[in-house]
Design a protein around this ligand. Structure first.
Ligand code: SAM
Length: 288
């Protein structure tokens, strides 16, 4: 359906991006829109209240979280129906990107209201723009599952993906995540971990998964701050699943000489295949 963005009356739901660290990144247009709306819908009204205060704005606010989005929908849609304008903001960055707002935006559109983005910061785009990884194809996967098995499965499903993979990650899981990347994508896959973007301690950890794991382990501040994790896509010539080196043949040569785990690790490094998968293949070969 083509939406002509006329909407009912003049009421508009603005989706306003806010800074991810540096307040100077808020655009003049965003400030103008926030100043002009009747209601600001925010994830954490105390947190966003401080941003509005910093701008010298006193606005009616309504809290909208993932857990109460459905209940709050009617209140926000009623304001739009009365001809009021509403701005949706999140704690940081672009609303709806690993943040609440999807139900509100889809329902507002269904009901014919005008929905308009006020673009600005988004951690994943900022990270990608400076990472030095290919950006012609990328895919964003939000936060990885926190349970080990589910996380490994989520990563396994992406192992042959040729697009640059982008994740958000919590700092206390950053070393575990680096280990999981080595296990699934191999120690030699290029990765970039972007930390504290736009803030005083902004840092980029770049190199192979193994090198980045070592940089993180050496940095006493690594488990603090906010992270975007990026993984280079699978080499395009392995897209059809045929690595240049025959993994089974290499395993068969190494297994009589080495423990299964070590053989799997060496073959993972040589082929770019995942350690986990090779470990299972090595066990099967040994038993068969
Ligand atoms: N809506 C936001 C956006 O547009 O990027 C993302 C919200 S999500 C709840 C928060 C996650 O984004 C953090 O846990 C971190 O992974 C990432 N993030 C946010 N700000 C960041 C920053 N300054 N540096 C690195 N990562 C950041």
């Amino acid at each position: 359906m083509v939406c002509k963005q006329k909407g009912r009356g003049v009421s508009t739901l603005y989706i306003v991006a806010t800074p991810i660290g540096n307040l100077d990144d808020l655009s003049p247009r965003a400030v103008k829109v926030l100043a002009g709306v009747d209601l600001v819908v925010a994830e954490d009204t105390r947190h966003s209240g401080r941003l509005l205060q910093h701008l010298g704005l006193h606005k009616a606010m309504l809290a909208l979280h993932d857990y109460n989005e459905r209940q709050r929908l009617d209140a926000v849609l009623a304001r739009l129906a009365e001809g009021q304008s509403v701005a949706l903001i999140s704690d940081a960055g672009t609303p709806l990107i690993s943040d609440p707002g999807y139900l509100l935006v889809s329902e507002a559109r269904k009901q014919g209201f005008r929905v308009s983005p006020i673009p600005g910061c988004c951690a994943l785009i900022a990270a990608l723009s400076a990472a030095g990884l290919a950006t012609d194809r990328f895919s964003f996967h939000g936060f990885l599952p926190t349970k080990r098995k589910a996380r490994q499965a989520a990563l396994e499903a992406l192992r042959q993906d040729i697009s640059t993979l982008v994740f958000y990650e919590a700092p206390h899981r950053i070393l575990e995540t680096a280990d999981a990347l080595i296990e699934v994508f191999g120690a030699s896959r290029d990765v970039v971990f972007a930390r504290e973007l736009t803030k005083a301690f902004e840092s980029f950890y770049t190199g192979t998964a193994e090198a980045v794991r070592a940089q993180l382990a050496d940095d006493p501040y690594a488990e603090k701050g906010e992270y975007v994790v990026m993984v280079a896509g699978a080499p395009r010539d392995t897209e059809v699943g045929t690595p240049a080196v025959d993994a089974d043949r290499l395993l068969a040569l190494l297994l009589p000489e080495l423990p299964v785990k070590k053989a799997a690790r060496i073959v993972a490094d040589a082929t770019g295949l995942g350690r986990n998968e090779l470990y299972q293949r090595a066990l099967a070969l040994k038993q068969g």
